[in-house]
Design a protein around this ligand. Structure first.
Ligand code: GDD
Ligand code: MN
Length: 375
């Protein structure tokens, strides 16, 4: 292998550990061998493992370039990695597991990709040549579902085949000064979403079976993933869009509510007619405001596109009318609910329907933002 003389490639390898004592020596040995032509430091971030992982690593510090960050009042894989970033001196930061499920021998190929100009390199199980050594059908299923959900809600990482990996390298500029919220254990997703990696490359590797110790990841962590995901959805701006849609909806509510009030109280119109007239007026004002504001970035094309979307928006709203009636009539006619309250409830349910369908159909926010693998 070519000796590496590029000082830019000084590598800080961050390894979070919890009860991995028996893996430490083989890990350090194999990493050292794999990185024989690189300048590196290995930062082990241990959360005061009761099995003495940290002590084991300390005892090997004269033999290998390892330093231990001992955390006594915090637990968690993702936060351990972020703590490691904080200690790292290298220009390149790497993250890998201690249990050798990420084979250290795969590192040089990943560093080559970094040298080839990538801002970030992900060890990937799902690109050609990658895979899993052991087949745990439950884990496999959870992993696939989690990946699907991630792609569905975070379109910007859809091009990444293994966004939930825990084996990756990045230039430190990618995360320098970036505020990472290390919830749960999917730190890569956090870095992909918030970091500044323009070019991401996936390099295949085979996820090995665990030979020593046992996995720390619990069902609770799997649920925690959903919490993390919802935070990222909020972060990426779809939630902001929803908020705008709600604000527009509130103005529409005013138009609708006020119109209904005027028509029933002043014009003495039959309430079911008033409902539909006030609704249509509010639909048109909502459409215009969403066009100008909520979906401004997606409101492309000329008059024709504007008109097509207006028709779609009205069709979606027609669905909402069905919902309105399905809620309003039973509530007022059979449940004896006050008409304005029934209307309010109907508007609420209609809002959720309207947002979702206009989002994916009228303005096609999702399908428009697919990202190629090699960004
Ligand atoms: N410091 C610290 N604190 N380290 C932890 C903690 C913690 O609370 N929990 C786990 N670790 C360390 C483990 O010691 C190990 O080195 C690494 O994090 C991964 O933990 P495992 O328990 O072996 O997890 P896994 O094998 O189920 O999951 C791994 O593979 C996934 C791929 O499907 C992780 O690397 C995931 O990030 C990865 O996505
Ligand atoms: Mn593991």
């Amino acid at each position: 292998m070519k000796p590496n003389t590029d000082p830019d490639l000084y590598l800080s390898l961050i390894v979070p550990t919890y009860n991995e004592r028996d893996n430490i020596e083989p890990l350090l040995e194999r990493v050292h061998k794999a990185l024989s032509s690189y300048k590196y430091e290995l930062i082990l971030v241990d959360d005061n493992s009761p099995d003495g992982t940290a002590q084991m690593a300390e005892s090997l510090a004269s033999k290998y370039p390892v330093q231990v960050v001992l955390r006594t009042n915090e637990r968690g894989l993702a936060s351990a990695v972020v703590a490691g970033f904080g200690q790292a001196a290298g220009r390149i930061l790497g993250v890998m597991d201690a249990d050798l499920q990420h084979p250290p021998e795969a590192i040089p190929a990943m560093l080559d990709a970094m040298q080839g100009g990538a801002d970030m390199v992900i060890g990937s199980r799902y690109v050609e040549g990658g895979g899993m050594e052991e087949w745990d059908s439950r884990r496999e299923l959870i992993s696939r579902v989690a990946k699907r959900i991630t792609g569905l809600f975070l379109p910007s990482v859809r091009g990444i085949k293994d966004p939930l990996a825990g084996f990756f390298f990045l230039r430190r500029e990618v995360v320098d000064g970036v505020k990472l919220a290390p919830t749960g254990y999917k730190i890569l997703l956090e870095v992909l979403m918030k970091g500044r990696a323009a070019k991401v490359v996936e390099v295949p590797y085979v996820f090995r079976g665990r030979e020593r110790g046992k996995s720390n990841l619990t069902f609770k962590e799997e649920l925690n993933f959903l919490r993390h995901l919802s935070r990222l959805i909020w972060f990426q701006g779809d939630a902001k869009r929803f908020l705008k849609f709600c604000v527009v909806g509130a103005t529409g509510f005013g138009v609708n509510f006020g119109g209904f009030w005027l028509l029933t109280r002043l014009a003495n119109l039959y309430d079911l007619w008033a409902l539909i007239i006030a609704l249509e007026v509010s639909i048109l004002s909502n459409y215009t405001l969403n066009h100008l504001w909520t979906f401004r970035d997606k409101s492309t094309g000329g008059k024709r596109a504007f008109f097509v979307r207006a028709v779609k928006f009205n069709l979606v709203s027609a669905g909402a009318i069905a919902i309105y009636y399905a809620i309003y009539i039973p509530l007022t006619r059979f449940a004896g609910v006050y008409d304005l309250l029934a209307l309010f409830l109907a508007i609420l349910v209609g809002l959720v329907w309207n947002f979702s369908v206009n989002f994916v159909w009228t303005w096609k926010v999702r399908s428009a933002s697919t990202v190629p693998t090699d960004r």
